[in-house]
Ligand binder design. Sequence first.
Ligand code: UGA
Length: 442
Amino acid sequence: MKKIVIVGTGYVGLVTGVCLAEIGYNIWCLDIDNDKIDKLSNGDCPFFEPELKELLYKNKNKLFFTTNYKDVFDNAEIVFICVGTPEKEDGSANLEYIYSVCDNLCESLKNNCTVVIKSTVPIGTNDLVEEYFRKNLVNDIEIKVVSNPEFLSQGSAIKDTLKAPRIIVGSDCMETNEMMYELYKPFTKEPYNIPYLSMSRRSAEMVKYASNNFLALKISFINEIANFCETINADIDDVTNGMKYDERIGKHFLRAGIGYGGSCFPKDTKALHYISKINNEEIITVRSAIEVNKNQKIKLFKKIKEDYKNLKGLKVAVLGCSFKPKTEDLRESPSIDNIKLLLEEGCRVSAYDPFVLALNNLKQTFSNQINYYNNIDECIKDVDLALIITEHHEIVEYDLNKYIKYMRKPVIYDGRNCYSLDMVDKYKINYTSIGRRKIIKF
Ligand code: UGA
């Protein structure tokens, strides 16, 4: 069996490692974060992701964790790079973590090796990385670089990997391509049956950007349609329902709301826009998606401002802090933008999230400027307004009677259209959502 090393134990790296172990491989997972590796070595998961803990436990005899690259790189045969590529000030992707892994590999590798880049990188990076190895390897060996973009979503990462719609492998070498196919072969067979597509490295890199940007575009498009529905008295739920029957449009990613967040769409839209611009081929649709999203994220705040004019002293409950349900991740979440604006206006803010870690992360930004709750009842007690930011199960299922019971006056601004208008209409609640008529009861 080939020695497989995964570098980076974030969502992409850890899930890849665990799923490769699930189909039978022994996997060495490397990370520079001691805490994470300690937790993993003790059988704990460093972050919440459905099914991950169970699969980690199930495959514990095939997974090995370390912080020391020297332990694992010298005789590695396949190395997956799954480190972050965060956004720089100008929107371009920061590749310093990728190159830092390459430096360690250059120093340690003793045998020929295939380096698989799973991190999202600008088109052409795989070529540059292969060239970098050629120039900087200490030993006389050959490194082949393969692009193997990742398409998992936080909150459904295991399912997205074991039931992936496709595996994309970009390689410019026939032999490496065959080796990658052999590696992934179990996933192409029962019970997984995942289609395997091979192509050039640049095309593979582009598939990743094109896919994420298309999804971001779809969201920004439907959000603009929702905003327009409000102007012309149409209902976005009916509109998207009507659209979904057309298979060419598809039924996914048409949920209107307060925009996309997370560690992927915001960064990848800006990165693709940046690359297109510096290549004198600016992708204007992507620029528009970014612009629309920037405004959409503060849509609830704007609606409140229109309704109240002076917000000073208002007590506001922010329900949901993470950028989407089933994750404690706060990166680029609209909760942050809206809380900042509310505080600037002199509001008193309380925030709820079912994930304690999400609240702890929020504390790093707002410390004692706001109050934190992991119980909705407490969070909305005596407040003037409730803002729904994340469609967490606990929020969607929350009894509307309780808003009446606990709030000073039941006024809800729902950024994720959690409740049907027919349902809200039965209560004495003022309710504003996205792309639908306002309900005013008092
Ligand atoms: C996204 C992609 O969906 C994955 O395929 C990709 O692999 C991943 O980025 C990545 O590049 O690593 P993720 O960011 O985890 O995954 O989450 P999504 O479920 O795509 O949601 C992103 C944002 O879009 C969330 O803020 C969500 O609330 C918003 N969204 C999604 C909508 O506003 N409307 C929708 O209809 C769908």
